[in-house]
Design a binder for this molecule. Sequence first.
Ligand code: T1G
Length: 705
Amino acid sequence: MSTAAPNPAQNPATAPATATHSVVVEGDIGIVTVGYPPVNALSRAMRQAIVDGLREAQADAAVRAIVFICDGRTFLAGADITEFGKPPQAPSLYDVQDIIENSAKPVIAAIHGTSLGGGLEVALCCHYRVAVPSARCGLPEVHLGLLPGAGGTQRLPRIVGAAKALDFITGGTHVPARECLAIGLVDELVPEGQLRDGAVAFARKVLAEGRPLRKVRDLDDKMIAARGQPELFADFRQANARRFRGFLAPESNIRCIEAAVHLPFDEGKAVERKLFLELVGGIQSQAQRYAFFAERAAAKIPDVPSDTPIVNVAKVGIIGAGTMGGGIAMNFANVGIPCVLVETAQAALDRGMAVVRKNYENSARRGKLTAAQVEQRMALLTGSLDMNVLADVDLVIEAVFENMAIKKEIFGQLDRICKPGAVLATNTSALDVNEIASAATSRPEAVVGMHFFSPANVMKLLEVVRGAKTSHTALATAMQVGKKIGKVAAVSGVCPGFIGNRMLRARGEQAQAMVMEGAMPWDIDQVLYDFGMPMGPFAMSDLAGLDIGWSRETSQGATIREVLCEMDRRGQKTGAGYYDYDAARNARPSEVTRQIVLDFMARQGKVARAVSTEEILERTVYAMVNEGAKILEEGIAQRASDIDTVYINGYGWPVYRGGPMFYADTVGLPTVVARLQAYGDRMGAGFQLSPLLERLAAEGKHFTR
Ligand code: T1G
């Protein structure tokens, strides 16, 4: 258990010291190649390498045009994020760009892998850009709580237009090369695997056709055109208000693009600089940069050697074709891995397959997939009622409903059917993985938890649950599979609710308790919504259905939830739960629920009191933090930043607050402890302050640094 998140900025050991450059002259073309593994981030060393390479080529009389290309698996992946917050060092990114843009010889950027952030901003200073079809370009700074601070907000709109730039920059997506060609960002696609030669041929064409030294900064046509559309920005703001809620960076990005439209280049760049500096020093960007590294750190398991053998997962089996099973299967079909779904009844299998097809067809209707891609994915999914079809799969994921006896029965069968070396995973969200593994008697080491979140084909998070006997191979395989299917995987030990649900329960207990003290469900939800959560616990319960695990036969009206269910107020699906819902499922506070709560309190002799917004926030969030600290000291989570990665990717925690543990550090652990102690008995009989939290607070330490 380490409290500190490994941050490369603080672990210079992870950052290689040097960057490389070379200049090769082929006829009258100078090829400048630079490298700074693993992703060619624009560190000081890399900036220097680019400057040295360019100067060398520019000084060579034989050279009439320059191809700028990167070594390794990608073009420049942007500024070196580990350098933020440190004193700037020369050459600056502006220096690099000036040498390129003001070159007397045309400079052609040759793009492969990803050209991102400052990397694309460097390419935008080149006079031309070519790419291989598999390349992607993007300005993802908004995901770091920033904006493209090296002229990207001024140059990109001049090429793609203001409207496209708004989507491109506030979306922060990695745009495929073909689309970049279509919007003019790339001038030509060269054959896959022939980037260098293709770029040299393009450079020769530029010389042969006497093409100009085209500076993007001088291209004003599209800016002038946009001046005639004042509604463009207002409409964009309105259309995206919900998506940008709580974030500071999107508005700053929009203001920069507005400046590009209305101001001369250098004045627009000054606006960009001012807004960039405001963001880079702010807590939101610090939180989002922390989340970036936390997500990458979560993939590392300190005691599992990096050369641990991994099972090559070429075929997957899924047991249960229900909502979870179907969603999980889609993840594998999406990356081309064949998947067989096993059910107990044909009707259930058909229903499950039909839901999967409907999901794909919905994506096709929204233009996310072609009809051919839908068929391609469906062709990878087969169904069976016979467990023996799992004899040749490399990985099985059991996704049946939460019943220990049934799961143990299944794992006993898998133990007999599956080939040696197969990984046996359970998607349980709460049951004891060690007990399930004990059923696979001959190979408990092959059992691991792979806890997906609903909808499993959409939610990013994968909690990989490490059992007491789980082997390094099974664990590392589950983590790698998670990355392959586009999930953010984090390791959890075995305990009720693992990391995420366990902390959620602590929050829920405080929420329920405060309802019995006078706060209404919608008061509590509003506080967490304003804090940045997509919805509060009561709205979430109404969405999931209040009758999960409830039955009229056993119901005793012992909780408000039971009373609501007895009245057939079971949530959105019945048009009423904690809230009342209109036909469009818009929620509004319910007088019925208010009366139920007041009656309930009266029956228990409780008197309602005013519960402040501050108390609601502190008791719910600090209870989670306290539980997170316990999870850390028990070794259930490897590091505090894993807990934050779980909450950001699986529970809608606003990334601009960095996660519960990072947030607690920003509030100050002494304050968290003092507030929890101040609430005293209100926290409930079972509430216990985490010794780790108390100790760190007393020592002036933090969870995440
Ligand atoms: N700076 C520093 N380290 C970086 C880095 C970066 N930009 N990008 C990646 N790394 C590290 C990462 O932490 C990991 O380290 C290793 O490289 C491999 O990364 C002025 C302000 C390029 C798509 O936002 O999106 O430019 O864990 O595991 O899955 O306007 O990395 O091994 O120790 O993610 O193959 C804008 C960020 C910066 C792109 C590759 N750029 N990177 O994905 O590998 S802000 C970005 C990525 C900027 C300018 C502004 C991805 C990738 P470690 P990885 P991957």
